[in-house]
Write a protein that binds this ligand. Structure first.
Ligand code: HSE
Length: 438
């Protein structure tokens, strides 16, 4: 029989434990598919004595992940530690330099150091696989990296954070608070160790920056993502969206424009009838627009131990199936040395529709003043409605909802600044971008 593929796993949290359990449970099936056994030879984690509900017998224990990374007992180093620097970076770098293939689920590490790590992997002729880093269990990296070579991609947009989608879905379905939904996401194991990474959109931005690099052949630019999280989305926004035929999702969007590439993460109104609007709960979805295929949509479980482990094991199986001496494809679809510097499009030039919710004093001339500011900035309105809520009735304030036709970010910012300076607003204005979605 062909020699087993020897795997070392660093990090035995929710995902690591699922990887160990599924490989043990599906040993024969994996061996049949790969033509050789996959054997977990060694593991490393912080606490040796913690009960994880998995059998680790026969696996060598390493206290130090970087020592495991260079061990000659392994062919593949699986990094499930997390974090963009520290042990994760050190161990992955050492594993690649030692000529080991690497599988990682670490989006922060790839967003920050993916370009340098890809250069090392390609120089050493080893694989750096990271399907689990973006959209959990959904196979999206491989299709984008390998199957779409003949296509020119113009836009990618997606729901890339299960925690945010879970929160927004439950807020809409059950009318419950943001905090209650977040606590449940943490309890269910979707949320990051620091959930502000989810809520603030940073996790989505990391994943988006990886997809951007593959889609547009550019170097990863995680700091060039325009970022707004979901913490200020209220029930008032959710119900107004529904009345207008939209649903609010935290989207990551990357798109080619005349002035460069836009990367943006923000709460977004998508048409209620669009496919992406139906993606609920912890599910993720990635839409890819190409010149040949039109729009493709990948959707499925984007977070959680088993879903993420499925992608990690798929990556390990790919390595098991690869043959020594065979030249591996580039890590980001284009050889790292040929990835172009990223050219950022200015957010102020972004073009699209906007939803604007204003809480105003109930007095004469307010509507007219708002309409005047819009006209002064050449913004054409699709609708402007006065909206009554129970909170309005108590305070004698009114809510005004505007939906614009396609305009620019800069015009909307100027109009909203003007409305604010007119002194009619009771509360901060809420502005949510509307995205075209199929
Ligand atoms: N915290 C992430 C999410 C986990 O909620 O989607 C997967 O990256």
């Amino acid at each position: 029989m062909t020699e087993a593929l020897h795997v070392g796993i660093a990090g035995l949290g929710t995902v690591g434990a699922s990887v160990v359990r599924i490989i043990a449970d599906r040993k024969e099936m994996l061996e049949r598919e790969c033509g050789r056994p996959i054997t977990i030879t060694a593991v490393s984690a912080r606490d040796r004595n913690r009960d994880r509900g998995i059998a680790l017998s026969g696996m060598r224990w390493f206290d130090d992940a970087s020592a495991l990374a260079v061990s000659d007992e392994i062919d593949v180093f699986v990094e499930l530690i997390g974090g963009e620097d520290g042990v994760a970076l050190d161990s992955v770098t050492k594993a690649l330099k030692a000529g080991h293939h690497v599988v990682t689920a670490n989006k922060a590490l790839l967003a920050r150091h993916g370009f340098d790590l890809a250069k090392i992997a390609e120089d050493r002729g080893v694989l750096l696989n990271y399907e689990a880093a973006v959209a959990g269990g959904i196979p999206v990296i491989k299709p984008m990296r390998e199957s779409l070579s003949a296509n020119t991609i113009s836009r990618i947009y997606g729901i890339l954070n299960g925690t945010c989608n879970y929160i927004l879905t439950r807020m809409e379905d059950e009318g419950i608070s943001f905090e209650e939904c977040l606590a449940d996401a943490q309890r269910l194991g979707f949320a990051e160790a620091d959930p502000t990474f989810d809520i603030g959109g940073h996790d989505t931005a990391h994943k988006l920056s990886i997809l951007t690099s593959i889609a547009f052949g550019t170097r990863i630019a995680p700091d060039d993502v325009y970022l707004e999280g979901i913490a200020n989305i209220t029930q008032a926004d959710i119900s107004a969206a529904r009345e207008l035929g939209y649903r609010i999702k935290l989207l990551g969007v990357a798109q080619r424009t005349e002035s460069g590439i836009e990367q943006r993460v923000h709460p977004t109104m998508v048409p209620f009838s669009s496919v992406i609007a139906q993606v609920a709960g912890v599910l993720n979805a990635v839409a890819v627009e190409t010149d040949i295929l039109g729009e493709l949509l990948f959707s499925g479980p984007g977070a959680g131990g088993n879903a993420t482990a499925s992608a990690v094991i798929g990556d390990i199986a790919d390595i098991a199936k690869s043959r020594p001496g065979f030249q591996h494809g580039p890590v980001f679809g284009t050889p790292a040395k040929d990835l172009k510097p990223y050219k950022r499009a200015r957010m102020k030039s972004h073009e699209g529709g906007y939803f604007i919710r204003l809480t105003v004093y109930d007095r004469t001339g307010v509507f007219a003043a708002i309409a005047r500011r819009m006209a002064d900035n050449n913004i054409s309105l699709e609708s402007i409605v006065q909206h009554s809520t129970s909170a309005d009735d108590q305070n004698d304030n009114k809510t005004v909802i505007l939906v614009t036709h396609e305009t620019t970010e800069s015009a909307v910012r100027k109009a909203v600044e003007g409305i604010t300076s007119d002194g009619h607003l009771v509360d901060k204005p809420q502005v949510i971008r509307i995205e075209r979605a199929g």
